[in-house]
Structure formats: C-alpha cells, structure tokens
Design a protein around this ligand. Structure first.
Ligand code: GDP
Ligand code: MG
Length: 162
C-alpha cells in the first residue's frame, strides 16, 4: 500500500490549494468559502519518482462544537490514519489558539510532521514564516500553495519522513 500523507490545519489556511499543488492538477477541491470541502478526500500523488496518497481534510465549520473542537476532531482522525502529516499554518495570520491545539494533537500522535507556512507569496513573507518556529515543530517551510513557491522544497522534506 502507498504511504499516506495527511494535510491538516485550520479552515482557510490553504490546505486544498496545497493539495492541488501536490497532486499537480487543478481539480475542484478549492472553494473560496471556508468549510466547503466535506470530510476527507484522498488523492494519489507522485514526487521525485515516489508515489503516495495525500488526504485533504476540511469540512469542519464553526458548528455546534465550536471551531476548536471540530478542527481537532477532524485532524485527530486524519493524523491517526496517516504515516506523516503536513501541518498548514497561514503565515499572514500567525499561530492561533486553534493551531496550538492541533500542535498538541500532533505531539500526542507522534507522527512525523512537516510544518508548511503558507501564503508566503514573495520574499517579504519569509519573516512571517520564521515566527512559526515558535510552534516547536522545527523548521517552518515557507510556501505559496497558490503560486507554487517553495512547495518543491517542502515536498523534499516530506519524502524524508514519509
Ligand atoms: P482550506 O480551507 O485550508 O482548504 O483553504 P483553501 O485552499 O480553500 O484556500 C483558502 C483561501 O486562501 C482561498 O481563497 C485561496 O485562494 C487562498 N490561498 C491559498 N493558498 C494561498 C497562498 O499561497 N497565497 C495566497 N495569497 N492565498 C492563498
Ligand atoms: Mg479545503
């Protein structure tokens, strides 16, 4: 069976855009409205000659559970089923309490994590990414899922742990 990479993070940080980038085609997984992608969607991907599965998570909204609980519940399922995780944070927003909650889940699960500091569309965004060292997950990989900046280097890091 192919190794499984889960992409987790808060709504609207760019998970689906990053998954599109990873699978190398533009499918209708991105919606401007947060929370449109339901549940988890699995795709096949290939990087540097290695095939793997990538799981886009989403579908949680600010429902009765509240945003923290729903993000945590979704992330927990996805992390459990994964061999490695890309944790996506919006570098323009910085680390929120919800992000910190996901970090605690990641630590508990003990799966390898690659931290993607998304929305670094240009050189000037690099400093925002550096703030995310504070999450304690190691090097934040600055990426622009939208434009493809840095995503190759991030995938190289993923293959080292997948
Ligand atoms: P998800 O809810 O985490 O799956 O986020 P989406 O992939 O649906 O993206 C949410 C919004 O962020 C969309 O409007 C995207 O176009 C935008 N977005 C995603 N990646 C980037 C990026 O690298 N740079 C910028 N500027 N916007 C991005
Ligand atoms: Mg999505």
């Amino acid at each position: 069976p192919l190794p499984v990479l889960a992409v987790v993070g808060r709504p609207n940080v760019g998970k689906s855009t990053l998954v599109n980038r990873i699978i190398g085609r533009r499918e209708a997984v991105v919606e401007d409205k947060p929370g449109v992608t339901r549940d988890r969607v699995t795709y096949e991907a290939e990087w540097a000659g290695r095939r793997f599965k990538v799981v886009d998570t989403g579908g949680w909204e600010q429902d009765v559970l509240g945003i923290d609980a729903s993000v945590a519940a979704q992330a927990e399922y996805a992390i459990e089923a994964a061999d490695a995780v890309v944790f996506v944070v919006d570098s323009k927003v910085g680390a929120t309490d919800t992000d910190e909650a996901v970090v605690r889940l990641l630590r508990k699960a003990g799966k390898p994590v690659v931290l993607a500091a998304n929305k670094v569309d240009g050189q000037s965004g690099e400093a925002d990414a550096a703030y995310l060292w504070s999450l304690g997950l190691g090097e934040p990989h600055p990426v622009s899922a939208l434009h493809g900046r840095g995503t190759g280097d991030m995938l190289d890091a993923v293959l080292e742990v997948l």
